[in-house]
Design a protein around this ligand. Sequence first.
Ligand SMILES: C[S@@+](CC[C@H](N)C(=O)[O-])C[C@H]1O[C@@H](n2cnc3c(N)ncnc32)[C@H](O)[C@@H]1O
Length: 231
Amino acid sequence: MLVDTIVQKSGIKSTDTILEIGPGTGNLTKKLLEAGKLVIAVEVDPRMVLELQRRFQGTPHSSRLKVIQGDVLKTELPYFDLCVANIPYQISSPLTFKLLNHQPAFRKNKTLGAIFRQKNVLSLLEKNYKTLQALNLSVGNKDAEMGSSRLGNANEVETMEMDDDDDEDGGADDEMDVEDGDAEGETSEFKNKVLAVLKEGNFEEKRSSKLKLEEFLYLLSLFNRAGIHFS
Ligand SMILES: C[S@@+](CC[C@H](N)C(=O)[O-])C[C@H]1O[C@@H](n2cnc3c(N)ncnc32)[C@H](O)[C@@H]1O
């Protein structure tokens, strides 16, 4: 089943308690409960909450289901071993960020500086960063092609200026950096980029458990501005 696959890949030791975000009418919830899990479901839509309660009330599983009605971004999350979610795209970044910073509930009350130095966190972020860079490059190249075909050969100077702009914006040069850089150099370069964002907002020594929602969102905006995304 899906959860077992996730567990195998992630190396998580225990999956007794599952946080399910956006359970809707509860199709996955049912499977999780049937697999003997304790499910904490966070659902914003009151109609879905009623449906969930109606569906599992009086069944042998009801004692292992807790439903929390509310916006997951504004809800204080309980302890859980594994989180599953099927949620709208718009909230996936802030949610991933919230979950990344939910670590005090498991592991220690680490500073953000310590959390963002962890290899698994850095490698996830770097993967997203490179995907976005590649997408931007391909969109940039398409725009440049369309631009030069619009200008045609009649205005060579304009076309050359446009090429220069591309270089300044990190177009072709960046692509070469990505291809030519050695793996370790790139990783520490990316780590420095992440730490620079934390320093910019004065977040490095702050503890995630003490942050307010506004501070989370501000930090998220700083990361996004630097091209660093969480999903
Ligand atoms: C794509 S549906 C998932 C449906 C469900 N997995 C199923 O199979 O029936 C997304 C669900 O996320 C819920 N949702 C959207 N935003 C949410 C939020 N901020 N907090 C909690 N739940 C949310 C919606 O109400 C909806 O039930």
